[in-house]
Design a protein around this ligand. Structure first.
Ligand code: FES
Length: 283
């Protein structure tokens, strides 16, 4: 299975379809506010993994009820709920998928195809059950569950092996030692400019506004882009740093993500000033 998944990651034959679908997704899911909503920006956490709980839970529960006598109506209701709730979950997933790296998109494409087959089988199951053909409905549902399970397996590979939509910067914290770390003389720290420094080999950005200084991990939580090379811009009255790679934006006075594709906030380090020297420590 490992060799198969590695091969899938390297299957460039999927790129033509993937690139075309990516363009369609990017042209369809607009404006930015809609994309941010689907990325989970309002939660500070990716939305797609949370949304898939409803169809997966409903379909697995229906599979159990299908094994029990006298549960046809309940099973039909759960198949219906799972089928309807899978659509918004799929749209959120497509939105995340369109901002992944090429290798991730290849696996994501097959993940989406398996889930589309599963969803189609469940839609057929629902139609059969509503016409009173419960035997057919049950058979289609079990086939649908098999396809959706294959899709879920690939989704797990995407997240846990390939790191899709996982916070890419948070592991940096484990490399920072305990205690306060000196970073800069306040007298030489410019106002409203990004300055890059290192804490125990971990790159951080400093942003001074008056006497307040933000110290933020430099590696973008989306795909490790260098935030120190990003632009500072005002969004909704807050100074934000915009990642130069895919445009995720983070508030400089708290680290909250305000625009995706990152669905994760960025980590800020607590600071203090001692004898004119700015220091930071682990949160
Ligand atoms: S790396 Fe993608 S937005 Fe920063």
């Amino acid at each position: 299975m490992r060799a198969l998944l590695t091969k899938l990651e390297q299957t460039s034959a999927l790129d033509r379809t993937g690139d075309r679908l990516q363009r369609v997704v990017q042209a369809t899911l607009r404006p930015q506010r809609v994309r941010d909503l689907l990325h989970g920006v309002f939660l500070g956490h990716p939305l797609h993994p949370a949304m898939v709980q409803v169809p997966v839970g409903s379909w697995i529960s229906a599979a159990v009820l299908d094994l029990m006598p006298g549960q046809r109506r309940a099973a039909t209701a759960l198949v219906g709920l799972g089928t309807v709730s899978a659509l918004p979950a799929a749209i959120a997933g497509l939105n995340d998928w369109a901002a992944l790296s090429r290798e991730q998109r290849r696996v994501g494409l097959v993940h989406a195809a398996a889930n589309t087959v599963g969803l189609t089988l469940y839609a057929g199951s629902l139609a059969a059950r509503l016409r009173g053909r419960h035997g057919t409905g049950r058979a289609l549902a079990y086939l649908g569950l098999s396809a959706a399970s294959a899709g879920a397996y690939l989704g797990g590979h995407l997240a846990y092996k390939q790191g899709a939509q996982v916070n890419q910067s948070i592991s940096e914290l484990h490399r920072i030692g305990e205690g306060w770390h000196p970073l800069a003389d306040m007298a030489t720290l410019p106002q409203r400019k990004l300055v890059t420094r290192e804490v125990d080999d971990v790159s951080v950005i400093l942003y001074r506004h008056g006497d307040e200084v933000t110290v933020m991990l430099e590696r973008c939580p989306h795909q490790s882009g260098p935030l120190g090379e990003g632009e500072v811009t005002q969004i909704d009255g807050h100074a934000c740093v915009v990642c130069p790679w895919h445009g995720s934006a983070f508030r400089l006075n708290g680290g909250e993500v305000v625009h995706g594709p990152s669905g994760n906030d960025q980590q800020i380090l607590p600071t203090r000033v001692v004898d004119g020297v700015l220091e930071a420590r682990l949160p």
